[in-house]
Ligand binder design. Structure first.
Ligand SMILES: [Fe+2]
Ligand SMILES: [Fe+2]
Length: 153
């Protein structure tokens, strides 16, 4: 797989992990809220990029790829649901921080799994397919531009 592509995804993982840490280090509610919002936004965009650009290629590669991706998408759904619940509580709720921690645990579990199983699998088997301009497409997508989805084989 194109180094840049993996690198972008891994950088996202690191950034979100940093945001979770930062949330725990601050006590001001307004600042906590700002960090939480940034975390949600990053997770939403990252999940969308994976599901639209990267996951389909891995899913179509083999039965094992399909299994991995189905599992990944299930975890994305769980993460999105936790984001929705956390947003619904609002920063003023005493349940906000515990729910945000629950989200952190789910995300850390998920990104660890991606980095230990899904990405190495993709890198080993799909180097060429994932390298054709996907890194650039991903950056565009992150910048909020509308882009054509990759052709699936
Ligand atoms: Fe993911
Ligand atoms: Fe990811």
């Amino acid at each position: 797989m194109e180094k840049m592509l993996l690198k972008i995804l891994e950088n996202d993982h690191e950034m979100v992990k940093d945001l979770f840490l930062r949330f725990n280090q601050i006590s001001d509610n307004e600042e906590k809220n700002r960090v939480a919002k940034k975390t949600f936004k990053n997770l939403e965009i990252h999940g969308k990029v994976e599901e639209e650009l990267v996951y389909p290629i891995i899913r179509n590669f083999s039965e094992k790829g399909k299994e991995m991706i189905e599992h990944g998408i299930e975890e994305h759904r769980k993460i999105m649901e936790l984001i929705k619940q956390t947003k619904g509580l609002g920063i003023a709720s005493v349940d906000f921080s515990p729910k945000f921690q629950e989200l952190a645990q789910a995300v850390i579990h998920h990104v660890t799994e991606e980095e230990n199983t899904v990405f190495p699998f993709a890198e080993k088997n799909l180097g060429n397919k994932l390298s054709v301009g996907l890194g650039a497409k991903m950056l565009k997508m992150k910048a909020g531009e509308k882009i054509a989805r990759p052709k699936l084989e």
